[in-house]
Write a protein that binds this ligand. Sequence first.
Ligand SMILES: *Cc1c(COP(=O)(O)O)cnc(C)c1O
Length: 356
Amino acid sequence: MNIEELARTNIRKLTPYQSARRLGGQGHIWLNANEFPLPVSFKLSQKTLLNRYPECQPKLLIERYSSYVGLMPEQILISRGADEGIELIMRTFCEPGKDAILFCTPTYGMYRVIANTIGIRYISIPMLDNWQLNLSAIVNNLDGVKVIYICRPNNPTGNLINLQDIKQLLLITMYKTLIVIDEAYIEFCSFATLTNWLHKYHNIIILRTLSKAFALAGLRCGFTLANKSIIDLLLKVITPYPIAIPTADIASKALSKYGIHLMCKRVVELNHNRNWLYNQLLQIPYITHVYPSEANYILVRFINSSKVFDTLSNEGIILRDQNKIPKLTGCLRISIGTSYECEYIIKSLKNLSMEQ
Ligand SMILES: *Cc1c(COP(=O)(O)O)cnc(C)c1O
């Protein structure tokens, strides 16, 4: 018996998400997953009892996130990372085999992978060369589209999608399509959040996470922000106990006044490192383009990206290879690390340039 043949056709054909952890590698400088480079030191509370199931939506955590984003508790859903939020939206709103989702590439790979695993059709529209939305192409492809995912700032390009274009899209699709704004990196450019659009538009959903600026990728905690009618539907679909008690405990601490203060300090430091790295990269002769970034990573186009990737990887510096992705030939994505890590990578790149 061939077990492979028992699997659904779309699963047999699926290329799984190439997560940084899955790709592995050996190194001492990890700049491939947009994680914060240093651990935070929150400790579990003494009285964390684990014999009981957790609350589905831990109350204290909802309250803390509510005051952090300035929204009502009923506009917030907690999930196992933003990735679970991406999936819940599809499972709640898209009929498998009938409805579709749409996203613009290059962008975060999980929209495609999750749609594939649930059996939802996806439409992928290439971004314009300035990494903005191709509105006319989107409008021509809206047949059966229930959800549009827009990553802002976009991963891996680092830019913000124009507000005018999103407004246009919201008006065009009003009441027929949901617009999901993935704000996984919004803390690095907090002025750009669209949370204050929730009261104006009923078809908008915002995704957030503690994995990036909050330095808690290992905790697995994300948030979906939307109006109550949407949150209520998602609550029907989410599993009964999605948030482990230790996760809720640490997440609540990360969202205390002090936790938020620490996060803001980290953002200032990382943004400073990013701007330094950006200016240094501009001076490397075999780099053809450094894309400006609002997030904690920079997309860089090299004349010889494979050689750069391999040489750095032999030196223990692990970057994210984007070379095989359409429109990203020759591109590597560099996560912003500590100032030591940023200086180290520039030193390595300059050595490489002397060898040529
Ligand atoms: C990292 C990332 C996520 C996933 O966040 P988790 O909370 O770790 O699941 C979602 N969207 C984008 C664009 C990301 O880069």
